[in-house]
Ligand binder design. Structure first.
Ligand code: MG
Length: 311
């Protein structure tokens, strides 16, 4: 008997909703002229803490002209009825900021539950973990972030078992220390990008079937973009009790910008367009609004969620 590999077992449990090819229409087939924004928020600097609930997140009104260092936004898009993405940003203490985006999957509203649970648990675990932190060396912060993502995974796994649901979610996070080091964690196909000196670089690797095929040279990046199997994840939060977490250390410098986003953004907008729109909008709130608008103009086939951080 051949047992399925670790990743094959995860793959069978983590199939996201397939995007429809209906471009630019609502479920009723009517074009939105002004897509609804479900949540948005921004933070003026370290020390301002956001709290996200199901409705609207506002610490500082997004319309305010006061400069902010980070902002996030989530939009249901033009096709889906539910927004199963979630996001949160907040200060853990005077030196540490945490940013997270999750894209849930599962029947009914379970994806929404999974993504919210993952983000909430990540923040709770980070705040608890800080109490035992011996130092803020990069290796210590990496261990903390890995442990927090694994705690979020265990919580989603247990909830899925309790609710007899195959709920799951992606989760990407950035832990920023004193605006000099960013520790990036990723599970799934939400992405973390770095914009440095005018160039946008994808920091995280997608844990999707098509991304693996691209890395093997079996598919081109362009073929992968709208591939029929693009919804299959080979690694996700909520699939197996112990999840492997990708971690990256990114020494950051003033002028760098980070962007965390769900596939509703990068699936609708090429990296070249993402770069151009980011460069056109220095203010994180303006960048979020512009990117969500373009994702919807391009079809809005999925929920779109992003956080933009200016270092
Ligand atoms: Mg998505």
């Amino acid at each position: 008997m051949v047992l399925p590999s670790f990743e094959q077992r995860q793959m069978t449990m983590a199939t996201k909703k397939t995007n429809t090819s209906t471009k630019g229409t609502s479920p009723q087939g009517e074009a939105h002229t002004n897509p609804p924004i479900t949540t948005s928020g921004s933070v003026a600097g370290v020390g301002s803490v956001h709290s996200l609930d199901d409705t609207t997140l506002i610490v500082q009104p997004p319309e305010s002209n006061e400069p902010v260092s980070a902002a996030g936004q989530s939009d249901v898009g033009r096709v889906r009825e539910l927004n199963e993405d979630n996001w949160h940003l907040g200060a853990l203490n005077d030196d540490l900021m945490l940013y997270a985006v999750a894209d849930g999957m599962g029947g009914h509203d379970r994806g929404e539950v999974a993504s919210k649970l993952a983000v909430q648990t990540l923040f709770e675990a980070a705040r608890e973990g800080l109490e035992d932190l011996s130092d803020t060396e990069v290796t210590t912060l990496r261990s903390l972030l890995r442990k927090c993502v694994q705690t979020a995974n265990e919580r989603v796994v247990i909830t899925g078992i309790e609710e007899e649901s195959n709920m799951g979610t992606t989760l990407c996070a950035a832990l920023m220390h004193e605006e000099s080091d960013a520790i990036i964690a990723n599970v799934g196909d939400s992405r973390v990008y770095l914009l440095r000196e005018g160039k946008l670089i994808q920091v995280s690797d997608d844990h999707s079937l098509v991304a693996y095929l691209v890395r093997l040279g079996e598919l081109s990046a362009e073929e992968a973009r709208n591939h029929p199997s693009g919804n299959i994840l080979v690694r996700s939060i909520g699939s197996v009790p112990h999840v492997e977490v990708d971690l990256f250390h990114l020494p950051v410098q003033q002028g760098d910008r980070l962007m965390l986003c769900s596939d509703g953004l990068w699936g609708e907008i090429t990296d070249e367009e993402l770069e151009a729109i980011m460069l056109d909008h220095d203010d994180p709130r303006a960048a979020c609004r512009a990117l969500v608008n373009v994702a919807n103009q391009n079809g809005g086939r999925d929920n779109t969620t992003l956080i933009v951080v200016n270092v």
